[in-house]
Design a protein around this ligand. Structure first.
Ligand SMILES: [Zn+2]
Ligand SMILES: [Zn+2]
Length: 503
């Protein structure tokens, strides 16, 4: 049995830091008890191993942490490197049945959606103590060794780089397209690097442009692979309209999303989670957490799926709002899914649908209790809603429970013909009238990201030299956050571990 004690700075609901004493007691096989100031905090089952933190990056999610729906205080931080059995490692943040190596019936882990496992907790974001402490308990399958030769500071960028790469693969720019990255700062610059690396890897021919109000960031964007930097101070908003096939919005601001929606022709990919209302939608952060896509109500959109989904899905089980007119689903075009399966339209109220999905999730092992029947997940493959209020309702039918009616990486079709409230109009105009898809994604595969960095040392070096502006000691976490929050001073801020009392 291991017994690890350390002093850590916790993040509070006031957005400040306060010290607390932590103790981890247990083992990978028998599970762990986590106590805080000598009181029991968490009982973690098996499948976690202790990793000593080396360093951890500050990201926008940390800066917005108090707006996210997870308990505080917590030791936060999720972009870490550490040491495990003497080797440098990075740690994937989702502690799922699969990453813990548990033999479970979990339909999500079985379907390859383990980063979306409903019973997961997440390192440094939801419950599991994070990388701004001296030690973490990491799901054993999420511990990924960093090859010799990869710059240790580049390794600290693996988590956000993997997330950026994941977004690029989901958006999958096509030959001849022009792709814009709006707000190329932390995640945005990583997205540019990921786009450039993916372009080389796949041989696709698309153009990458960086859009920013900061000249210095545009220069960095071009060093990392952007073909062109567009200074937003020099162009008027009208000239951007419909100019890009794909726009990555990494600004984390409502104004940024409005610009992205106006500038895009095919797709806006949203990567930020800040927990606040945007354009009248309360659940935009949850949309990103569940990696959902909003689409116009058009028949062919029922075939939507992510480009690298494991196998072709026909989107068989469709939730349909009782408010959607009959003729929409009576259309022959709607009836047949891929592989000739007949679609099943579930026209039941949101709350009833949510209650049935939740019950089915709890009794997954019982085949007779499965809902929807013959589905590999207790979720609908897509939803058709009649207005924007229903978009919120489908994403979080019960705001207390982290569950959507739609499967992770599924779609919500907005079949609204009436103009919504003023605040939602730019969203409605882009999605419903101009047919722009609003796609989102979250965590990526660390193995791919580490392999790419190991194979391209010059990319890793460029990321470090152009992104890492500050490295703080652990005892000045508040200072690190202040600098990270100030975009005139910093791009990426890293914090070295320290402050530990034991271990
Ligand atoms: Zn992050
Ligand atoms: Zn699971």
């Amino acid at each position: 049995m291991e017994d690890i004690r350390f002093l850590a700075s916790e993040y509070t609901s006031e957005g400040e830091f306060a010290p607390a004493r932590y103790q981890y007691k247990g083992s990978e096989r028998d599970g762990w008890s986590v106590s805080r100031n000598k009181e029991a905090l968490l009982a973690l089952g098996p499948g976690y191993e202790a990793v000593r933190v080396e360093r951890c990056g500050v990201c926008s999610t940390d800066l917005a942490r108090r707006f996210l729906p997870y308990p505080l205080p917590q030791v936060i931080g999720h972009e870490m490197t550490g040491f495990h059995h003497g080797r440098r490692v990075v740690v994937e943040i989702n502690a799922s049945h699969k990453s813990r190596g548990l033999d479970s019936n979990c339909p999500f882990c079985r379907a390859g959606l383990d980063t979306q496992c409903p019973e997961r907790i997440t390192l440094g974001i939801n419950q599991l103590p994070g990388g701004f402490g001296s030690w973490v308990l990491a799901p054993k399958g999420g511990i990924v060794a960093v090859p010799e030769g990869v710059d240790p500071l580049a390794a600290a960028l693996v988590e956000p780089f993997a997330a950026a790469l994941h977004g690029v693969k989901a958006a999958a720019p096509r030959d001849g397209e022009v792709v814009a990255v709006l707000g190329p700062r932390r995640l945005g610059l990583l997205t540019i690097a990921a786009l450039a690396a993916w372009r080389v890897q796949t041989g696709r021919r698309f153009e990458i442009q960086a859009l920013s109000r900061h000249e210095s960031l545009l220069a960095v964007a071009q060093q990392l692979g952007a073909d062109l930097g567009v200074d937003l101070n020099q162009v008027d908003a009208v000239s951007l309209e419909g100019r890009y096939d794909v726009v990555f919005d990494t600004t984390g601001s409502p104004e940024g999303l409005a610009t992205a929606l106006a500038a895009a022709k095919r797709l806006v990919h949203l990567k930020s989670t800040h927990g606040r209302q945007v354009m009248g939608l309360d659940q935009l952060t949850a949309l990103v957490v569940d990696e959902l896509t909003l689409l116009a109500g058009r028949h062919h959109h029922l075939h939507f799926q992510w480009p690298f989904q494991r196998r072709e899905r026909g989107n068989v089980h469709i939730w349909v709002s009782p408010k959607v007119p009959d003729h929409v689903i009576e259309s022959e075009l709607m009836q047949t899914a891929v592989c000739g399966e007949t679609r099943v339209f579930h026209r039941i109220p949101v709350d009833k649908a949510a209650a049935r999905l939740l019950a089915a999730q709890a009794q997954w092992a019982d085949v007779a209790a499965r809902f929807p029947k013959h589905s590999d997940l207790p979720r609908f493959d897509a939803a058709i809603v009649a207005d924007w209020d229903e978009v919120d309702a489908v994403i979080r039918p019960n705001p207390e429970i982290e569950m959507s009616l739609v499967r992770p990486r599924g779609a919500i079709l907005v079949w609204a013909d009436q103009a919504p409230a003023e605040v939602t109009r730019p969203l409605h105009h882009a999605v419903c009238e101009r047919g722009v898809a609003l796609q989102s994604s979250r965590c990526g595969d660390f193995h791919d990201a580490v392999a790419l960095l190991a194979a391209h040392p010059q990319l890793a070096a460029a990321l470090v030299s152009s992104l890492v502006t500050h490295v703080f000691p652990a005892d000045d976490l508040a200072g690190a956050f202040d600098v990270a929050a100030d975009s005139t001073q910093s791009i990426k801020v890293l914090v070295n571990a320290g402050m530990g009392l034991g271990g």
